[in-house]
Write a protein that binds this ligand. Structure first.
Ligand SMILES: *Cc1c(COP(=O)(O)O)cnc(C)c1O
Length: 461
């Protein structure tokens, strides 16, 4: 399988190279040259198989040429072994025709584990074959950092350094980053806010000498390997509800557009999906774009669903690429306009997007009200992100079964949950000792030289 850039000018790469590279050299994102479709019979045959087996069958053609079947099976087995639920992504019913896909049973209690755990194992095998060692550096406002640490902890060929803003992440989030004891894990508490962390990270990637010296790599949400991992649970959940013999719809709490783009790939791969509904919080750039065709940056207003607080939705570029008939030049020119505030999507491209996606938004009050309503109606305690999804999904119910993706466990956002419905949201038993574990963290000034020195020291190079 070959991968091309959405801006049309970067080299065509294999799965392995696209994954290890992340961002394409022309500033674009890698997408598969073609998406092979599964037949109805192949989809029907997923009924009753394990999550891991379904994952193998759905993802296999995308890694062709990079991993053997045997390697890939073992990678998948290791990736999902640490999940706290046998089904990996269980489905529960909320009301007639409406189901919740629980994607929060991984090691950090959010759906990002599905992608990160797989990426960790893929990197490990690819690097071992090449005899290379790399340094993953990431900046986080909370969830992504812990998911990356859990994915790479204890792996031989990778050091993982995560920058987070000192004093500005929740206690659960901090402890998830500071308590792993493996020597290749380095939590760095940076003086400053999340934007400072991101800016320093960018500085490091632009410091080519340092970048080469420590073999810097990133695993942010534009990595194709992450999108691919997320395609699988669209299949397993739809098949559980009768696909391919009947259609299903999905509603996806959306920020960077990675998760819902995976749903779009599932559809291209042959899954009969009726609606794909984008659900945003008050930071509703994607909803506004779907309504007006104008993609314009605003200010981020912090919300109780912080993982969806975005200004620019990076994976949206992948959808635009298809909307413009895979014309890299057209994407390039829109992205150039984004730098100066925004762009207007052409009528033809908008028609394409509207055929593929619908959208809705939930305000802060509506999100809290949904947490309360869901708890009273079903006893299900939703995290704020999932509540945004459920609220928007309820506005899109038809005769086709609707699956809303629950992206995080309520225990990650206990204050918002308690305020909304009066319920405590305890950590699952396997994590109950999180607050007793020893923390290990290095405080660093928010400047590039200090960070470079700490990273060199930590990785011992
Ligand atoms: C990252 C995240 C999202 C948004 O997912 P995207 O792929 O960025 O659209 C939603 N909910 C939670 C809990 C997340 O961590």
């Amino acid at each position: 399988m070959r991968y091309v850039s959405t801006r049309g000018e970067a080299p065509v790469l294999s799965f392995e190279d696209a994954m290890l590279t992340g961002l394409a050299r022309d500033g674009g994102l890698y997408v598969p040259e073609t998406v092979p479709t599964m037949t109805s019979d192949e989809i029907a045959a997923l009924a009753g198989v394990s999550y891991e087996e379904a994952a193998f069958r759905v993802m296999r053609p995308f890694v062709e040429g990079s991993f053997s079947d045997e390697e890939f099976r073992e990678i998948i087995a290791k990736a999902y072994a640490g999940f706290g639920h046998e089904a990996r992504a269980p489905l529960v019913q909320l009301e007639s025709g409406h189901f919740l896909l629980e994607l929060f049973h991984g090691p950090t209690l959010a759906f990002k584990d599905f992608a990160m755990q797989l990426i960790g194992q893929l990197f490990q095998v690819a690097l071992a074959k090449r005899g290379e060692k790399i340094t993953i550096v990431g900046a986080t406002s909370g969830d992504t950092g812990s998911a990356a640490i859990e994915a790479f902890r204890g792996l031989d060929n990778v050091d993982v350094c995560i920058l987070y803003p000192h004093g500005r992440v929740s206690d659960v989030q901090r402890r998830q980053m500071t308590t792993p004891s493996e020597s290749n894990v380095h939590a760095l508490a940076v003086d400053g806010d999340f934007d400072d962390c991101q800016a320093r990270l960018k500085d490091m990637f632009n410091d080519f000498e340092f970048r080469d010296e420590v073999k810097l790599a990133g695993v942010n949400s534009i990595n194709w390997g992450r999108v691919l991992a997320q395609v699988v649970y669209y299949f397993t959940s739809a098949v559980a509800l009768g696909a391919p013999h009947r259609k299903v719809s999905f509603t996806v709490p959306t920020g960077n557009f990675g998760d819902i783009f995976a749903g779009y790939i599932a559809k291209k791969r042959g899954l009969p999906i009726d609606q794909l509904v984008i659900a945003t919080n008050q930071n509703d750039i994607l909803h506004r774009t779907m309504e007006t065709g104008a993609y314009t940056k605003g200010e981020v207003t912090p919300s109780i669903s912080p993982s969806m607080d975005i200004q620019v939705s990076s994976n949206f570029e992948r959808a635009l690429f298809d909307a413009y008939g895979r014309d890299g030049k057209a994407v390039q020119s829109q992205m150039a306009d984004l730098a100066s505030g925004g762009f207007t999507i052409s009528q033809g491209a908008m028609e394409f997007l509207k055929e593929q996606f619908t959208s809705g938004r939930a305000s802060e009050d509506e999100t809290s009200a949904e947490i309360k309503r869901s708890f009273e109606a079903t006893n299900e305690v939703l995290c704020p992100h999932s509540a945004v999804g459920v609220k928007v999904a309820r506005e899109h119910l038809t005769d086709t079964p609707m699956i809303t993706l629950a992206t995080a466990h309520p225990a990650k956002f206990p204050a918002a949950v308690k305020d909304a419905c009066g319920q405590d949201a305890p950590l699952p038993p396997r994590m109950a000792d999180l607050f007793d574990r020893e923390e290990r963290v290095t405080r660093v000034a928010g400047d590039l030289d200090a960070l470079k020195a700490v990273i060199r020291e930590k990785i011992g190079r």
